[in-house]
Design a protein around this ligand. Structure first.
Ligand code: FES
Length: 136
């Protein structure tokens, strides 16, 4: 699901103009992002880490469908954070509810890189573990 949350200010971001890569941890899967192919999927902001991941069959939880209304898409941008848009107040509010938040935490559906460098993004495993436990 794409779209935006009507209660939030629209997020400000700049789409990449040149190719870059995202390495997803702990999978260690490298995705080549081609600006001409964006969007790869319909989840989250166009060009966001979430939409690129989902478009490459990399599963990141996104309970609200990518509209900045939950915190399940929390990821840690280990490298390249400075090439991403600034987190909006709405994103920071949601991150307050996320588990294990640190200075490099972002919501994958709201973080859009401008392609000025490559990214290394860790998908926290606890989200996936929690979901698995709920199904038992
Ligand atoms: S999927 Fe809900 S905030 Fe990103």
């Amino acid at each position: 699901m794409g779209g935006s949350n009507p209660y939030n200010e629209p997020a400000k971001y700049e789409l990449p103009k040149r190719p870059y890569t995202i390495t997803f941890l702990p999978l260690n899967k490298v995705v080549e992002v081609d600006p001409a192919q964006i969007p790869y999927s319909r989840d989250g902001l166009k060009g966001s880490i979430l939409e690129i991941a989902m478009g490459h069959d990399i599963d990141v939880d996104h309970a609200c469908g990518g509209v900045c209304a939950c915190s399940t898409c929390h990821v840690i941008v280990r490298e390249g954070l400075s090439s991403c848009n600034e987190a909006s107040d709405a994103e920071l509010d949601q991150l307050d509810n996320a588990r294990g938040v640190g200075p490099k935490s972002r919501l994958a559906c709201q973080a859009v890189a401008n392609g000025s460098c490559n990214l290394v993004v860790e998908i926290p495993t606890w989200n996936r573990n929690l979901v698995r436990e709920e199904h038992h």
